[in-house]
Design a protein. Structure first.
Length: 354
């Protein structure tokens, strides 16, 4: 297992992160997974034994049951883990049991700490945008948690580029703790993040945690135009939305590469993400030990330049404005372009030979 710095911090996290969304399985969340205490203990132990030091959950997963089960599984080894959780989702029927108000954040962190059985959260993330609460209120509340030592770092999830940049600007202006990471959907079959958000992350030195790297199981290799897994999650919960025709082309391109590496299609999809320089950690959410074992192979798969070229070609995003215009206008401003332009100009100034 390799480790990467989280954003602009000095904190190292494993390039695979164990996701706990499958833990618990209460009500709606049963579609995602129904792992009980014994299964959770087994998965957490196997992940830690493999070198994973990063675990992610949320207060809304199974309405707190995921945090409770994870806290029990980490008892006696909490110091070995960078523990991440999230706040924003609805956790009750009341009008203030959702969102990113100071009230909900302060109540939410206390409840998460209790369920997790810890005195601090390493990475506390907002789980999305709250159109009601000003960023100033949210960031001030999060900064308060950092100052009190209840939270070490803060992050965000599912924000648009303008929302994330606005939040970073407020943090700088008001001298508040800034987001160090974004948790977002990114797969070889869904590369929309590359248009606006990944350039932002690189420019602002934020880490990227990838959720649903297999597109809700669609890239597991079990699915195709004429192949379905009726017992799989996709058959019950078709999320996240994916251009399936494009996804099948990507899966078809991955199959021979998987065979060449004696790996699964899923492992190749994960490995592709780990070859992207913006990615800090890929969240894997296994339901069974064998799925976890297969996912753990991804860091050891070294895709060749030719394989990456093939995968990039079949999964490339279609041109979209203003991206294509920026590329057109910036062609002579890219690295190496100036020297080429200078050479061309010099050649034009040379006297013509008769």
């Amino acid at each position: 297992m390799r480790y990467r710095l989280l954003g602009s911090t000095g904190l190292f996290v494993s390039e695979l992160c164990l996701g706990a969304m499958t833990f618990g399985g209460k009500e709606f969340w049963a579609v995602i997974g129904t792992q009980g205490e014994a299964e959770v203990n087994e998965l957490v132990s196997a992940a830690l034994d493999a070198g994973i030091n990063f675990v992610d959950t949320a207060d809304v997963y199974s309405f707190g049951e995921s945090e409770t089960l994870l806290g029990k599984a980490l008892a006696g080894r909490r110091d070995k883990v960078v523990l991440a959780t999230k706040v924003r989702g609805r956790i009750g029927a009341g009008p203030n049991d959702v969102g990113l108000s100071r009230a909900h954040i302060l109540t939410g962190v206390e409840a998460s700490l209790k369920r997790l059985g810890t005195d601090h959260i390493d990475l506390y993330q907002i789980h999305g945008f709250d159109p009601v609460t000003p960023f100033e209120e949210t960031l001030s509340a999060l900064d308060n948690l950092v100052q009190r030592g209840l939270v070490r770092y803060i992050g965000c999830s599912n924000l648009a580029a303008w929302q994330l940049m606005k939040a970073l600007g407020i943090s700088e202006r008001d001298r508040l703790a800034r987001f160090q990471s974004l948790q977002a959907y990114y797969t070889i079959a869904g590369r929309d993040l590359e248009r606006e958000i990944i350039p932002l992350l690189k420019d602002q030195r934020l880490g990227l945690m990838v959720w649903s790297p297999l597109a809700g199981g669609l890239l597991s290799g079990k699915y195709g135009p004429s192949a379905t897994d009726e017992a799989g999650r996709r058959a019950k919960f078709d999320f996240p939305p994916v251009d399936k025709d494009r996804a099948w082309r990507v899966v078809d391109a991955m199959r021979p590469i998987a065979a060449a590496h004696e790996a699964s299609v899923a492992a190749i999809a994960l490995a592709w993400l780990l070859h992207q320089d913006a990615v800090t950690s890929v969240i894997i959410g296994a339901k069974r030990r064998d799925q976890l074992t297969d996912n753990l192979r991804a860091p050891d798969i070294k895709l060749t330049a030719d394989e990456l070229k093939q995968l990039d070609a079949v999964s490339a995003l279609p041109p979209e404005y203003p991206g294509w215009m920026l590329g057109f206008q910036g062609a002579d401003r890219m690295p190496g372009a100036i020297s080429r332009v200078a050479a061309a100009a010099a050649a034009q100034q040379q006297p013509q030979k008769k």
